[in-house]
Design a protein around this ligand. Structure first.
Ligand code: ACO
Length: 325
C-alpha cells in the first residue's frame, strides 16, 4: 500500500509582535501571570488589514514551493484547515490557491478548530493513498486576531496569527503517515466557541453588542479535557502500533498552553527534550500550530524518525497521528 510522506514544509508569521508587556497595557494582566500560566512570551498579529487568512496561507504555500522548486501548477489538491476563513461563504482554500498560483488544484476548507491540521493531514494522505494523486498540499492557517476580544483577558493573551503548510507525496517504503486516531464530542461545543455570525445566531447589531462574534471559552474545562484527550489518543496510538514512549523520537503537540503540553508529556513518560515547542514565540495559532512547529524544526527531523502529532480543540475534536519522517 502507498503511504503519504511530508516532503516539504512552509510557513509564514506576520512581522508585528504582540508581547506580554503590550498586553499589560490593554487588559488587567501581567507578564508573570501569562508566562507562568501559559508559557507564552509573545505572539504575531496580522495587523495589515489586507492580510486575511488566504493571504497568510498563500505565503506559507509559496515558501513551501520555493524550497522544493516546484511549479505551482503541479499541485493537484489543497486542503486548508481554518476556523477563520476570509468569508463564511467562498472557501478560503480557493482564494489561497488562486493567490499562490495553484491553478490546477481543487481546493477545500476543513474546519476542526485546533485539530484541523491533524484531520486535514490524514484527509490529504488518503488522496495520496488512493494512488490517484501525487502532490497534495495541506495547510493550517488562522487569523485569530480577527475573532479575539482584546478587552477579554481570559482569551486575548492566548492566541496569535500564523500559517503553515506541508506537501504530501507518495512515501518510500517504510516511511510516511502510518496511523491516526480521531475523536469528536460535539456535546461540549459551547464550552469553546464563536457563537455569532453562523446559522444559529446570524450576525446582527444585537449579536455584535453581545460580543458573540468573539471567541469565548471556559478555559479550565478546555484545559482538563485537552490533557485527557491528547494523552489518551497518544497512549492508544502507541499501543495499537506496538510502540512504547521510548520508541518515539519527537512529539509535536498542539501549542495551546505549556502546562497542557507538560502534563501530556508527563502522562506519556516522554522527556521534554523530545517535545517540540514554539508556543513562547507564537502563542496558540489554532490550525497553524502543528505545521508551524514542523516548519520551525524541520532541520531536526531525520529520515526514519518516529514522530507523534497530537491536537485538541473546539468541538471538542482531538486525536493523534504517527508518522515515520
Ligand atoms: N491575566 C491575569 N489573570 C487572569 C488572566 C490573565 N490573562 N486570565 C484569567 N485570569 C484570572 C482568572 O480571572 C481567575 O481569577 P479568579 O480566581 O479571581 O476568578 C484566575 O486568573 C485563575 O483562572 P483560571 O481560569 O483558573 O486559570 P487557569 O490556570 O486555568 O489558566 C487558562 C487559564 C490559561 C485560560 C487555561 O485554563 C487554559 O489555557 N485553558 C485552555 C484554553 C485554551 O487553550 N483554549 C484555546 C483553544 S483549545 C485548545 O487549543 C486546547
Amino acid at each position: 500500500k502507498v503511504l503519504a510522506a511530508i516532503t516539504a514544509t512552509g510557513g509564514y508569521v506576520p512581522d508585528t509582535v504582540l508581547d506580554n508587556a503590550a498586553l499589560e497595557k490593554m487588559v488587567d494582566t501581567s507578564n508573570e501571570w501569562i508566562l507562568t500560566r501559559t508559557g507564552i512570551r509573545e505572539r504575531r498579529i496580522a495587523s495589515d488589514p489586507n492580510m486575511a487568512t488566504s493571504d497568510m496561507a498563500s505565503l506559507a504555500i509559496k515558501d513551501l514551493l520555493a524550497q522544493k522548486n516546484i511549479n505551482p501548477e503541479e499541485v493537484e489538491c489543497i486542503i486548508l484547515a481554518t476556523s477563520t476563513p476570509d468569508f463564511l461563504l467562498a472557501p478560503a482554500a480557493a482564494i489561497a490557491a488562486s493567490k499562490a498560483g495553484l491553478n490546477n488544484a481543487f481546493a477545500l476548507d476543513l474546519n476542526a478548530a485546533c485539530s484541523g491540521f491533524l484531520y486535514a493531514l490524514s484527509t490529504g494522505a488518503m488522496f495520496i493513498e488512493s494512488g490517484r494523486y501525487k502532490k497534495v498540499i495541506v495547510a493550517g492557517t488562522d487569523k485569530m486576531s480577527s475573532i479575539v476580544n482584546y478587552s477579554d483577558r481570559n482569551t486575548c493573551v492566548l492566541f496569535g496569527d500564523g500559517a503553515g503548510a506541508v506537501l504530501l507525496e507518495p512515501a518510500k517504503e517504510g516511511y510516511g503517515l502510518q496511523d491516526n486516531i480521531f475523536k469528536t464530542d460535539g456535546s461540549g461545543s459551547e464550552i469553546l466557541a464563536v457563537q455569532g455570525g453562523g446559522s444559529k445566531n446570524p450576525a446582527t447589531a444585537e449579536t455584535v453588542a453581545q460580543n458573540l462574534h468573539y471567541v469565548q471559552q471556559d478555559g479550565r474545562t478546555v484545559f482538563k479535557n485537552a490533557i485527557k484527550g491528547m494523552s489518551s489518543a497518544c497512549a492508544d496510538i502507541l499501543a495499537q502500533n506496538n510502540l512504547t514512549a521510548d520508541d518515539i523520537d519527537w512529539v509535536i503537540p498542539h501549542q495551546a498552553n505549556m502546562r497542557i503540553i507538560d502534563a501530556v508529556g508527563d502522562q506519556l513518560g516522554i522527556p521534554k527534550e523530545k517535545i517540540k515547542v514554539n508556543i513562547d514565540r507564537y502563542g496558540n495559532t489554532t490550525a497553524a500550530t502543528l505545521p508551524l512547529v514542523l516548519w520551525d524544526y524541520k532541520d531536526d527531523f531525520k529520515p526514519g524518525d518516529k514522530i507523534l502529532l497530537t491536537a485538541f480543540g473546539a468541538g471538542f475534536t482531538w486525536g493523534a497521528s504517527y508518522l515515520i519522517w
